[in-house]
Design a protein around this ligand. Structure first.
Ligand code: T4K
Length: 394
């Protein structure tokens, strides 16, 4: 029997190559490869329209965008952030010589616990950097209230939040409009990808202009440099791909939703397993499918991680270890494990199951069966199951 192909936590979505080729032809003909070319400008406009935001600056990736976002608001001193994220969140602070101050997360959303921010503020605090983890919106109103009280800026790491909307005043509005700036990632592993890429969403044209200068070495014109900017520009190749990808992203998110619904229908009754719940008034993007395997789950998180790998399923422990456990952070006072019990428990229990548009229903069923088999102390192999009818959860 031929060996099964491994199933990774994600598989990038790509348009039919034929759809992209005419765009490549145009780039070849025009010889405009980067530095705010025509596709770059079109892609910025198309994204604003698609996402429902006013101003976007495209970047090479979200990490450089986070570094630049902090620069653009002249953030210094200390920034309050979460240990439960990808390392790039805190790294962007360190690249600016800013001290991260970690606060614990909320047990329901695994986002920064807004109630804990105030106690972490010192005279050096200038900003808050939360993330909409797995695309679940933060408690944006509560975070804004603290920021307003203490005159702090908010930069959202929105790397997971492409297309996520919330009901506000009877309307669905992009979560990216909250805070002072939001940063998206278009990395290959994200819901929407341009191979590599990222963006900053700004509330006004002046802020966007400053960001655009900063991503172009600080150049304003041929001879004027106003800041120690960086090279964060997205190329025409990535921007053209983004334009094509945008045509397909709604379908891709819908298919992700179907995969999630299929998992939820099969994992609802598994002892010791918790799935994250969502507010009814939001439009999710199904970017990740995390499950938390608590003490009641017989096989344990790492046992399941291993069993899945043996079956060719490469689930990932996003986010283990906590950022605060990495060597460059662990000596900070706020990295003390005793101060971060909720984040620590989540890091020890989380497993992100594969979710992507091309994931076949039969594979979802097989993965769910392996997960279920781990809940029983007796069984060692995945018991065969017939899939239940597809339940719509959103
Ligand atoms: N903030 C947050 C909250 C983030 O999650 C991230 C990125 C950032 C900031 C920074 O954004 P960027 O600067 O990257 O734009 C991955 C991604 O590399 C990273 O972008 C992402 N977060 C993070 C959560 O996940 P790894 O080390 O797990 O990636 P990797 O290469 O192991 O990929 C995971 C699986 O995906 C592979 O096992 C196979 C599959 N894959 C991956 C790639 C790259 C493919 O099938 N094809 C591919 O091209 O970090």
């Amino acid at each position: 029997m031929a060996a099964r192909k491994p199933i990774y936590v994600t598989q990038p979505e790509l348009p039919p190559l034929e759809e992209f080729l005419p765009y490549l032809r145009q780039i070849w003909d025009a010889r405009l490869l980067t530095n705010s070319g025509p596709f770059h400008q079109m892609f910025e406009a198309a994204l604003c329209e698609h996402l429902g935001v006013k101003h976007i600056s495209l970047f090479t990736n979200a990490t450089i965008a986070l570094v630049t976002a902090l620069q653009s608001l002249r953030i210094t001193g200390e920034v309050i952030t979460t240990p439960y994220s990808f390392v790039a969140t805190a790294h962007s602070l360190m690249w600016n010589g800013i001290k991260p101050v970690f606060v614990d997360v909320d047990p329901v959303t695994l986002n920064m616990d807004a109630a804990r921010i105030e106690a972490a503020i010192t005279p050096q605090t200038t900003a808050i950097m939360p993330i909409h983890c797995y695309g679940t919106p933060c408690d944006v109103e509560a975070i804004q209230r603290v920021a307003d009280n203490y005159n702090l800026k908010i930069i959202y790491d929105a790397a997971h939040a492409f297309g996520v909307r919330r009901e506000e005043g009877g309307m669905l509005r992009s979560v990216l409009n909250h805070g002072d700036l939001s940063v998206l990632s278009f990395h290959a592993t994200k819901v929407f990808n341009t191979f590599e890429g990222g963006a900053i969403i700004s509330p006004d044209a002046k802020t966007k202009q400053r960001i655009d200068h900063l991503k172009n070495f600080g150049f304003v014109d041929e001879t004027t440099v106003v800041a120690t900017g960086i090279n964060g520009k997205m190329s025409e190749f990535n921007a053209a791909l983004g334009l094509v990808q945008l045509k397909h992203v709604d379908d891709a998110i819908a298919r992700r939703g179907a995969v999630e619904a299929r998992y939820r229908a099969q994992l609802g009754e598994v002892q010791g397993l918790r799935m994250l719940q969502r507010d009814a008034g939001m439009t999710p993007n199904h970017s990740y499918f995390p499950v938390l395997l608590g003490p009641g789950y017989a096989l344990g998180r790492d046992g399941l991680y291993k069993r899945l790998r043996e079956e060719g399923v490469m689930a990932r422990r996003y986010f283990y270890p906590l950022i605060s456990d990495f060597p460059m952070y662990r000596n900070l006072p706020s990295a003390d494990p005793a101060l971060l019990p909720v984040a620590r428990a989540a890091a020890d229990q989380v497993l992100c199951l594969p979710i992507y548009p091309a994931l076949a229903d039969a594979d979802v069923d097989r993965i769910a069966a392996i997960v279920r088999s781990g809940a029983s102390r007796r069984s060692t192999a995945a018991a065969p199951v017939s899939p239940p009818a597809l339940a719509i959860v959103d």
